[in-house]
Each structure stands twice: as C-alpha cells, then as structure tokens.
Design a protein around this ligand. Structure first.
Ligand code: GAR
Length: 196
C-alpha cells in the first residue's frame, strides 16, 4: 500500500464536548486499534471539563474555545486544517455557529439524550432532559443521533435507540440507561457513517 493511498484512507474526526466526556472516552476506546479513524482533536468550551483529562491521557490535541473564538473565521480555518471527515458533538452544549455548519455540510453530527423531536431545543441538555422525561411520566426514552443544522436539535435523524422507564427510575438511573445506549451506538454509528 503506497503512502498516498494510506493517507487518503485516513478519516480524521474532531470531537466536541463540554463535560465529563464519557462519550468521548467510549469513542476513543472503540477506535483505538483502528488505523484509519483517528480522533485528531477535542474542542471544549469549559476549562474545568473532565473531558480535558481524557484528551491529555490519550495525547489528543485540545482546542479550548470561548464565545468569540468559536464564532471566528479563524476557528473554521483551524478545523479545516485537520481535514476532518466528521465533526462529532459528544455532549457539547453550545449551538454550532452557522459559519461552521456551512463549512462542513453533512459532516457534523450530534447525540441527544432523548427521542427527538420530544425533549429537544434550547435548555434541554443532560439532566434537564431526564428530569423532564420523568416529570412527564413517560414510559420510554432513548437517544437520537442526528445531523447538525442551523437550529438546535433539528437536523435529520440518523438513528434512534429506545429504553423503557420503570416506576422506580429517577433522573439519575435514567441517565445511566441513556449513557449505556450512547456508549454502544455512538461509536458504531460513526464507524458506519465513515464507511459510506
Ligand atoms: C450525554 O448524555 C449527551 O447525550 C448529552 O450530554 C451528555 C454528556 O455526557 N448531550 C446533550 O444533552 C446535548 N443536548 P458525557 O460528557 O459523559 O459524554
């Protein structure tokens, strides 16, 4: 295999996260022996986020953003320089600027911890979602992996996976069920998208 072919077959992914980063960890673990799919950078908006320790432990470059740098043309250029095949929002809580969406058409995906279109939109993230689902006495919840467009949680759905909710479930126990679904389906969905 020539070096040119090898480089062409490399699929760089950029991970975006705001918190603990358990999804980022699951993605890194899943692709660790895969020579073609490489997490090349982690974009984070919180200097104290746990995901930065994960980045350090795996020697993955981090890009710490603030509101201004996130919206800058320089940021778009910085992302382009990685030649990414996919931008993956894995627990990332800021709305992606239109310029970034426009620069990477059909190359940005997000995971949401509910069955969209229910429990989506501004303010619906993490434990707020699970609290609302429990408050409304839903019988099931799940995850949605979808493309990102200019509107919060409104891009085309790629997959959904469901879980049942029992009477004894709390927002915390539901969050655990959701995380299990996420850690299983998110890396496999990324793999599927990159193979097509
Ligand atoms: C995940 O459950 C993800 O679906 C959710 O944040 C959590 C991050 O967990 N994302 C959103 O709510 C986006 N609206 P993690 O940091 O352990 O991966």
């Amino acid at each position: 295999m020539g070096i040119y072919f090898y480089l062409r077959s490399m699929k760089n992914i950029i991970l975006f996260a705001s918190g603990a980063g358990s999804n980022v960890q699951a993605i890194i673990d899943f692709f660790k022996d895969n020579k073609e799919v490489v997490p090349v950078a982690i974009v984070c908006n919180k200097p104290e986020a746990g995901v930065l320790n994960i980045a350090k432990a795996h020697n993955i470059r981090t890009i710490l953003i603030d509101r201004n740098s996130f919206k800058s043309e320089a940021f778009v250029e910085q992302l382009k320089a990685f030649n990414p095949s996919l931008l993956v929002l894995a627990g990332f809580l800021w709305k992606v600027p239109d310029a970034v969406v426009a620069a990477f058409p059909d190359k940005i995906i997000n995971i949401h911890p509910a069955l969209l279109p229910k429990y989506g939109g501004k303010g619906m993230y993490g434990s707020h979602v699970h609290q609302s689902v429990i408050d409304n006495q839903e019988k099931e919840s799940g995850i949605t992996i979808h493309y990102v467009n200019e509107h919060y949680d409104e891009g085309n759905t790629i997959i959904q996976a469901h879980c049942t909710i029992t009477e004894s479930d709390t927002p915390e126990s539901l969050a655990q069920k959701i995380h299990r679904l996420e850690h299983h389906f998110f890396p496999r969905t990324i793999e599927f998208l990159l193979s097509n």
